[in-house]
Design a protein around this ligand. Structure first.
Ligand SMILES: [Zn+2]
Length: 248
């Protein structure tokens, strides 16, 4: 493009980007005034406090009302739970009591959203199948440990993935056992370099789903803090969080 025509088209391009971005945001809905509980803990290798603080900072910028809590004890506090719009959980493995898990499941079934990433939502409380039924998937392995892999968008029509291109990263490629009712937004294909028998397997990376009246959002990326600096990843997380906070 010659400089002169670039000068003419540049404001048009900017305007188009502004309008389409605004439209995508509008469709998801704002977080202003939403009551969000961030619960963190579990295996420290995933630095749960770093993700919790990062997403808290972003939520406060969106003018959400945020409560930060370490551990799962707050799930038994019916008074707190019933007023929430969204719970963001970042607890890898860890343990949950029956009462706590009942409190969490009751809140989500009643319409509170649930969002999270990596092991913080997709590898929590391994013995609790009711919890896994709600989330819609469970981590089972990341063959090869840290590997290079790519993420493909399954749809770009969803406001969560709109405008996001396929991308690659170097991190843990989560192999998940998943629920057939998921609304899969992005996925990854396993090469078979590690564990040849899974060659060609396509596994969800980003999904949304219903759990009774609640909205659940999950993304399997997020092993280390550098993964949150990948623009596509942070956009998917923040849009997913915004979507999950909008009660049906
Ligand atoms: Zn990890």
């Amino acid at each position: 493009m010659r400089y002169n025509s670039f000068k003419i088209y540049y404001p048009l391009i900017l305007f188009f980007l502004f309008v389409s971005y605004g439209f995508a945001q509008k469709k998801i809905g704002p977080l202003e005034g939403k009551k969000v509980l961030i619960v963190y803990g579990g295996w420290q290798g995933h630095e749960p406090n770093i993700f919790a603080k990062k997403i808290e900072k972003w939520l406060l910028k969106q003018k959400a009302e945020v409560t930060l809590f370490e551990g799962t004890a707050i799930y038994t506090n019916a008074k707190v739970m019933k007023d929430l719009d969204l719970i963001i959980q970042h607890i890898t493995m860890g343990e949950i009591t029956l009462q706590e898990s009942k409190g969490l499941i009751k809140a989500i079934a009643g319409g509170v959203g649930l969002a999270g990433c990596h092991g913080g939502l997709g590898d929590s409380f391994r013995e609790n199948t009711e919890y896994q039924y709600m989330v819609g998937g469970q981590f089972v392995k990341h063959p090869g440990g840290q590997v290079s892999y790519s993420v493909q968008m399954d749809t770009k029509k969803d406001p969560i993935t709109k405008g996001i291109n396929d991308f690659s990263l170097y991190s843990e490629q989560y192999y998940m056992h998943v629920d057939p009712t998921l609304d899969v937004l992005a996925s990854t294909k396993f090469s078979g370099v590690h564990d040849s028998w899974i060659s060609g397997a396509v596994v969800p990376v980003v999904w949304k789903k219903s759990f009774d009246k609640g909205r659940v959002f999950y993304i399997s990326i997020g092993h280390s803090k550098d993964t949150f600096e990948i623009p596509e990843v942070w956009t998917l997380i923040t849009r997913g969080v915004s979507w999950a906070a909008q009660k049906k």
